[in-house]
Write a protein that binds this ligand. Structure first.
Ligand code: AP5
Length: 221
């Protein structure tokens, strides 16, 4: 199964994708995570992407699309995947469809995590991420058992550099500019399902799981 999680920064795409990938045994592909690994590893791609990410803008489509193409060709993605952070605009959505058509496959489900602005700000301003394994926490909503240490691997938690107030504003503006066209694109293909992501994480997860079950039970053309 190939699923896209769409939604604003802080909607909970990463949080949901981790649990969903585990439950459905699918690969979790986060373009943001791959880019951050490249930045911290000092690769060419990381050097090219850094200034865009720091400012809250989008990394150029050709760089991200090539990166995604490589990632979805890896063995663990052949059984299906959950995309978190891609596509961000119509160009990327079309590039993804072309990539998958060449493999005689396509996206099965697009889940739009609708989130209010107040919730987005609260979530992003309190988010903590593990430096070692990337696990996501929140100072209040999902606090680690030991302050600033990861429950999963014991790594140190940090605040993402793009979770500063000014950068959050830019990220939201970029998101708003692109999202309507993306929603129309997936609505036209009858793949889009919207749900409120303002609720507790477990509740959101169970609604997404329900959508995947309905998809699996539906007749395929
Ligand atoms: P990326 O890392 O993709 O950032 P984003 O899309 O802005 O999304 P976030 O990671 O901020 O939020 P999320 O929805 O995953 O929320 P999370 O689960 O962490 O991209 C970063 C940058 O990389 C971009 O700005 C761009 O520069 C570049 N980039 C990436 N992809 C690109 C692409 N395709 N094209 C071009 N450039 C690209 O949750 C947030 C917080 O809320 C956490 O603390 C969590 O614990 C908490 N939380 C989550 N769900 C709940 C809940 N239900 N209740 C309470 N708290 C919750």
């Amino acid at each position: 199964m190939k699923i896209i999680l769409l939604g604003p920064p802080g909607a909970g795409k990463g949080t949901q994708a981790v649990n969903l990938a585990q439950g459905l045994k699918l690969a979790h592909i986060s373009t943001g995570d791959i880019l951050r690994q490249n930045v911290s590893g000092g690769t060419d791609l990381g050097r090219q992407a850094k200034s865009y990410m720091d400012s809250g803008g989008l990394v150029p489509d050709d760089l991200v699309t090539r990166m995604l193409q490589r990632r979805i060709s890896e063995p663990d993605a052949q059984k299906g995947f959950i995309l978190d952070g891609y596509p961000r605009n119509i160009n990327q959505a079309k590039a993804l469809d072309e990539m998958l058509e060449k493999k005689n496959t396509g996206i099965d489900l697009v889940v739009y995590l609708d989130t209010s602005e107040a919730v987005i700000i609260q979530r992003l301003s309190g988010r903590l991420v593990c430096k070692a394994c990337g696990a996501i926490f929140h100072r209040k909503n999902m606090p680690p058992k030991i302050e600033m240490l990861c429950d999963k691997c014991g790594g140190t938690l940090y605040q993402r550099t793009d979770d500063k107030e000014e950068t959050i504003k830019t990220r939201l503006a970029v998101y708003k500019k692109e999202v309507s066209a993306l929603i129309q694109y997936y609505k036209a293909g009858a793949k889009l399902h919207c749900l409120s992501a303002d609720e507790e994480a477990d509740m959101v997860l169970s609604k997404i799981v329900q959508l995947t079950e309905e998809y699996n039970d539906s007749p395929k053309v």
